[in-house]
Design a protein around this ligand. Structure first.
Ligand SMILES: [Zn+2]
Length: 296
């Protein structure tokens, strides 16, 4: 999707796009997307005539961007609209849909989910408490009090996720609530005033007692549950003794590549950045890709 952020400020263009017959509209309800579940699940995309018919007004629409060159909007459905929307599909959580949608569609629904939840959770100005209105296509919440006028922007919660390596071994941990035998990379939220690199060093120590150096950025993944951005790193161990200092993890261990390919541990879901970090580390030191020796 082209977010076409420059068009958010173009009120005339937005107004015209809201009426246009080619535009598409994604209904959401409390973070869930309306999905046609006949056959392969796919998101319901209503046209402008249907949206008008249901009674959705322009001040409730969020402009997501241009998807396949068509203006695409999202809106939060009201209780009174549920019966009409039920003719099109069911509201479903992205979590349960992710594996049946293609990556682009998942990304668009995740983006819509994050923006809608932010709007829902910030119905009042954070400075003066008055109500807020959508501006810039729904990407700004503007205070309705003219003496205040504060603009609120969508918030993101950065979190680091890190694969710690010690030569031929990597460090993985598990939380007590996870499925049995599942292990994953170490993760935690970045604190105010902290660099990503310092967050890597702190989190690994707090959760495992292992000291690391040389954090190296790998890749990122939005995680709109509700507003995280996962920033993936590698880091090198300078100590190897494991102590579960903050008790966030139930267990942490060092694993060799051979142990990762054995069936005695479960790895994170293949769509997750944690899997991607583990896979890249494994494949860098193995003739056989991880995906060939493990099936999910
Ligand atoms: Zn205000």
């Amino acid at each position: 999707m082209d977010r076409a952020a420059h068009l958010r400020k173009d009120a005339a263009w937005l107004s015209q796009a809201m009426q246009h017959e080619n535009s598409r509209f994604l209904p959401l309800s409390d973070g869930r997307s309306l999905v046609n579940i006949q056959g392969t699940p796919r998101p319901c995309m209503l046209d402008s005539a249907r949206v008008r018919d249901i009674g959705v007004t322009g001040d409730r629409l969020t402009f997501l961007g241009l998807w396949e060159d068509r203006a695409t909007f999202a809106f939060e459905a009201l209780d009174s609209e549920m019966d009409a929307l039920a003719e099109h599909g069911e509201f479903m959580d992205l979590y349960s849909l992710a594996y049946s949608l293609d990556a682009n569609t998942s990304a668009v629904l995740g983006y819509a989910r994050a923006v809608m939840l932010w709007q829902q959770r910030h119905p009042h100005c954070s400075r003066c408490g008055e109500s807020v209105n959508f501006e810039f296509g729904g990407h700004v919440l503007a205070c309705s009090n003219p003496d205040c006028g504060k603009h609120q922007f969508p918030r993101l919660d950065p979190a680091i996720i890190v694969l710690v390596e010690d030569g031929e071994r990597c460090l993985l941990g598990r939380q007590a609530t996870w499925p049995a035998q599942r292990y994953s990379t170490i993760a935690g939220f970045v604190e105010p005033g902290e660099s990503l690199e310092d967050a890597v060093i702190r989190e690994v120590y707090e959760e495992t007692g292992v000291r690391v150096h040389s954090p190296r950025y790998h890749s990122s993944q939005p995680w709109p549950f509700p507003s995280s951005l996962m920033l993936g790193f590698y880091a090198t161990a300078s100590s190897t003794e494991i102590r579960l200092i903050d008790e966030e993890l139930e267990d942490a261990r060092w694993f060799t590549r051979e142990e990762l390919t054995s069936q005695t541990i479960k790895l994170p879901p293949s769509l997750s950045i944690s899997y991607r970090l583990i896979q890249a580390w494994h494949d860098a030191g193995s003739d056989t890709p991880l995906t060939e020796v493990r099936a999910w």
